[in-house]
Write a protein that binds this ligand. Structure first.
Ligand SMILES: [Zn+2]
Ligand SMILES: [Zn+2]
Length: 339
């Protein structure tokens, strides 16, 4: 049996306490519908940090311990199960958070498989990408088109599809003004997708480096709202749409204030609307990861160079350090591990 190096979460701990331990594990064997992937890039997501620190234990995440985190992955197919005809050894393959869905429920049957109650989530209900190898269900893995960098572009598979679906949910168009709150791993991609729709894009971020990144990837304007978001009052009723990825209630409240009557708020983070002015007929909608259709559209756009991942690269054994940097807001764009 071959061995692999993996960063394993054995017990919930704070990022400061080096929660992940590098272990030598048996490389798993793919069953009939699975593929084994030798990972070339694996993104580090803020939701990995939430899971590892125990913020989501009450929601059943992680579903088990020990677990290998990581849910945005690119790699080379190493082995295929006997029923797999979509992949061959050596192909480039990608895996997103939606590891598999049931294919039979009302959501799967209506093209909303990201809401499937029986879904498996990569790195949360089963082992993910902080590892040299991982298993994927071939029916929910993706072929990678030319033009995508296998050592950098794993983030297309979580922030990429998350940003894309949120922008779709915002129903943008050439005459629309959209404010995007939060310019991290997801936000910097949402800005690019929103620009492709023709909308005018204003990025809102409390961090100077993040505002620079927003301008670099094509935002028309940036706003520093101040730590408490009080600076946003100047932009009251300025936007047709607002999309929130900044993980704070203050950001959500500020986003609501920027909306014109009839506007639409898209939430890509946990939180609520503390007060909704019903007379303005504001719509609020959540957006969570994306379907296989969304994912394939993201890959198509990325392969033609229309969106670009800004990534910092790290070794697999630096995963603890990366989580800490992410917690402290010190990552520009996205961090990827290169096993
Ligand atoms: Zn993620
Ligand atoms: Zn289903």
């Amino acid at each position: 049996m071959k061995h692999m190096k993996s960063m394993v979460l054995r017990e919930i701990r704070k990022a400061e306490e080096e929660p992940l331990v590098m272990e030598d594990l048996d490389t798993p064997e793919p069953s009939e519908n699975q593929i084994l992937i030798r990972i070339t890039s694996s993104g580090v997501c803020r939701s990995n940090l939430h899971m590892i620190e125990g913020d989501w234990v009450q929601n059943g995440v992680p579903a088990r311990l020990p677990i290998i985190p990581g849910h945005e992955v690119i790699g080379r197919v190493e082995k295929v199960g006997e029923n797999v005809d979509y992949f061959r050894k050596g192909d480039l393959a990608g895996v997103q958070p939606l590891w598999t869905a049931c294919g039979r429920c009302e959501y799967c049957l209506s093209g909303r498989e990201n809401l499937c109650p029986n879904k498996q989530v990569t790195g949360e209900t089963l082992d993910g990408g902080y590892s040299e190898y991982m298993l994927a269900d071939a029916r929910y893995a993706y072929r990678i088109p030319a033009g995508i960098d296998e050592t950098r572009d794993a983030p297309l598979f979580c922030p990429g599809v998350t940003a894309y679906r949120a922008v779709k949910q915002a129903r943008l168009g050439p005459a629309k003004e959209v404010f995007i709150f939060g310019v991290g791993g997801v936000g910097h991609l949402a800005i690019q997708f929103a620009k492709l729709s023709g909308a005018r894009v204003t990025a809102v971020s409390t961090g100077e480096r993040h505002r620079d990144l927003a301008l670099r990837v094509g935002a028309d304007d940036v706003i520093d709202p101040g730590r408490d978001y009080s600076g946003i009052s100047k932009f009251s009723r300025a936007a047709d749409r607002a999309i929130v990825f900044a993980p704070s209630q203050a950001a959500i409240d500020a986003a609501l204030k920027t909306l014109k009557p009839g506007g639409r708020l898209v939430l890509g983070v946990f939180g609520g609307a503390s007060s909704i002015p019903f007379v303005d007929e504001i719509e609020i909608v959540g957006s969570v990861i994306g379907t296989r259709k969304d994912m394939n559209e993201v890959l198509r756009l990325a392969s033609t160079g229309k969106v670009r991942i800004e990534a910092e690269r790290y070794r697999l054994d630096q995963a603890n350090e990366v989580l800490l940097r992410l917690k402290r807001g010190q990552i520009n764009g996205r961090a990827v591990l290169n096993p």
